[in-house]
Design a protein around this ligand. Structure first.
Ligand code: SF4
Ligand code: SF4
Length: 320
């Protein structure tokens, strides 16, 4: 049996909604088949007021063993480092987090906000938000670079806006069943099993990418979204086209560019008119090229690809 406590900081609850939609395994499977005991969750927990405070205190004192602490949302430090803007169970949430993280066997950050600070930490960051061990790309975050949970691991980060439901439930299973040894974390503490390959891996538009057949409209069933609509699939580490959303689709399959939501710089755009969903170019060349391709090779590739594009690569993918 693994006790899981799920808390929310500066959050929209998107990761909770995502988690409740998990299918492989589902939240019910976690409880019935994988020995997970949800001590408390903002949408599922029964305790309120004094009872909730007591439960949290019992976790901190060790009376209730805390196996997995899951945190969703940013750590809010405003105003002036006090954390008073995000009070929970009688005190700033960040104080509970500090004490609970110190006793938890494992700490898991779910979603971009808990991982890197996400949208709330965009400049000028009025809520003084941080992720648990990162602020965007910068190491440290609220718990500090050296933080290790009782099991000796840093915070396990599952980014995404929101994180894919099965990324969350499968990592919880790995932790609860003691199989985390099979999981390698990358430089941002993301489990490689979900974040080593790029969003482009498995995208149905790869052939259009290769032939430089583009689309400049959303929802089209032809054309790659990189050249005009700013798709970040070739620069984003995620398994969105390998582990499909709702088992059937992904953004790029539906004709919507990847926004790069699993990377520290998300949401990337400065939100100036003309920068969102528009590939930024210099002299016709995208400012940001797919990871691993240099400008010279890209230019060469482009000429060859354009000259050899077969007619069918310009057609609707459902008619070829
Ligand atoms: S750039 Fe985007 S749409 Fe094009 S192939 Fe890559 S992931 Fe798919
Ligand atoms: S396709 Fe891109 S923006 Fe969409 S969920 Fe996956 S990584 Fe995030």
């Amino acid at each position: 049996m693994a006790n899981v406590l799920w808390l929310q900081g500066g959050a929209c609850s998107g990761n909770t909604i995502s988690f409740l939609n998990a299918e492989e395994p589902s939240v019910c499977d976690l409880i019935t088949d994988f020995g997970i005991n949800v001590l408390w969750h903002p949408s599922l927990g029964l305790e309120l007021g004094d009872n909730l405070q007591q439960l949290l205190k019992d976790c901190i004192s060790g009376k209730i063993p805390l196996d997995i602490l899951v945190f969703e949302g940013t750590v809010v430090n405003a105003p002036k480092g006090t954390g008073e803007w995000n009070r929970f169970a009688g005190r700033p949430m960040k104080e509970w987090l500090q004490e609970l993280a110190a006793v938890a066997n494992f700490v898991v950050a779910v979603g971009d906000c808990a991982t890197y600070g996400g949208i709330p930490a965009m400049a000028p960051n009025p809520s003084e938000s941080q992720g648990l061990q990162f602020l965007k790309r910068e190491k440290g975050g609220f718990l500090g670079t050296d933080f290790r949970s009782q099991a000796g691991l840093p915070v396990i980060n599952i980014p995404g806006c929101p994180a894919h439901p099965d990324w969350i439930s499968q990592i919880l299973v790995a932790v609860a069943t003691n199989r985390l040894g099979d999981v390698t974390l990358d430089e941002f503490h993301r489990p490689e099993t979900f974040f080593k390959s790029f969003t482009q891996t498995g995208c149905t538009r790869n052939i259009h990418f290769a032939y430089k057949a583009t689309t400049s409209d959303f929802g089209q069933r032809k054309g790659c979204l990189f050249y005009d609509l700013g798709c970040r699939g070739p620069m984003t580490h995620s398994s969105c086209n390998r582990i499909l959303w709702n088992r059937v689709s992904s953004k790029t399959r539906a004709g919507m560019p990847c926004l790069g939501c699993t990377e520290p710089e998300f949401p990337f755009h400065d939100l100036k008119p003309g920068t969102v969903f528009k590939t930024q170019t210099v002299m016709g060349v995208p400012k940001e090229l797919p990871t691993g391709i240099n400008k010279k090779d890209y230019a060469l590739l482009t000429i060859v690809a354009k000259d050899s594009t077969p007619e069918w690569a310009e057609e609707d993918i459902f008619t070829v």
